[in-house]
Design a binder for this molecule. Structure first.
Ligand code: ADP
Ligand code: MG
Length: 232
């Protein structure tokens, strides 16, 4: 188990404001959030080997201190089903990123277990100048980006607060299941909201946390993407 302080202090020592993808996932895991199984590969061949060991399907992602929105620059390929595909997809990602952001340093490729379909939600946290640590909850995709349908609470928060945050959004009904789907696991979501609040409270160097998406199921939830930004 990686010590949360170690991850943060190491990034600061290297003068990195953005934790690398695997570091951010490890950090949130250290606070008890379930994350998708993942490993860092240094070369396309290594990504192929890692993917094979992990079992298919996998998702491949660019790992770079200079890139925040990976899919915008062709840095994410989902649904990779064989070792050969993993090698090719890794090369493609490196090619895309080199073309779209020529100045970006490339640390490697994250090989991550592909999560099964579920409801994509977003859990975030930031440090407000006046209120201090604040957590945010919303549904993924257009719900946050277009409709800005989110709820906020000032940390520390209780389970009751976390459940209220889920009830408050306009699209709350989607959490109750739709088109015959069973409701999502609200306890699992509350656990992650509380983990984000605690992470911000205990680590003053952390400026913001963005878990986007967390995939929620009738039984459990899993974080597949985490962005953690440290203070200047
Ligand atoms: P970014 O937000 O930096 O573009 P993400 O890691 O969020 O990159 O990946 C982009 C999208 O790919 C996610 O919003 C999600 O829909 C999908 N995705 C990413 N990782 C997984 C995974 N492990 N399992 C299933 N879907 C995933
Ligand atoms: Mg994302």
């Amino acid at each position: 188990m990686v010590e949360p302080r170690e991850i943060i202090l190491n990034a600061l020592k290297e003068e990195r404001r953005k934790l690398l993808e695997h570091e951010a996932l490890e950090l949130i895991k250290a606070y008890g959030a379930p994350i998708a199984d993942a490993g860092l590969a240094k070369t396309p061949e290594e990504a192929g080997d890692l993917a094979e060991k992990m079992g298919f399907p996998v998702v491949l992602k660019i790992v770079s201190p200079d890139i925040s929105h990976k899919s915008d620059v062709g840095g994410v390929i989902v649904g990779v089903n064989s070792k050969e595909e993993a090698i090719e997809a890794s090369k493609k990602i490196i090619e895309n990123v080199s073309k779209n952001v020529p100045s970006a340093r490339i640390t490697g490729i994250l090989v991550q277990k592909m999560a099964k379909k579920g409801l994509e939600i977003i859990i975030g946290g930031l440090r407000d100048n006046i209120f201090g640590p604040v957590v945010m909850f919303g549904l993924g995709g257009i719900f946050v980006e277009v409709l800005k349908d989110v709820s906020f609470r000032v940390a520390p928060i209780s389970y009751e607060d976390a459940y209220e945050m889920m009830k408050e959004i306009k699209s709350a009904k989607l959490l109750e299941g739709y088109r015959g789907q069973p409701p999502v696991d609200k306890k699992a979501i509350a656990d992650i909201i509380i983990a984000v609040a605690k992470l911000l409270e205990e680590n003053p160097e952390v400026d913001s946390v963005d878990l986007n998406p967390v995939i929620a199921y009738p039984d459990g939830a899993v974080v597949v993407d985490a962005r953690v930004i440290l203070k200047q």
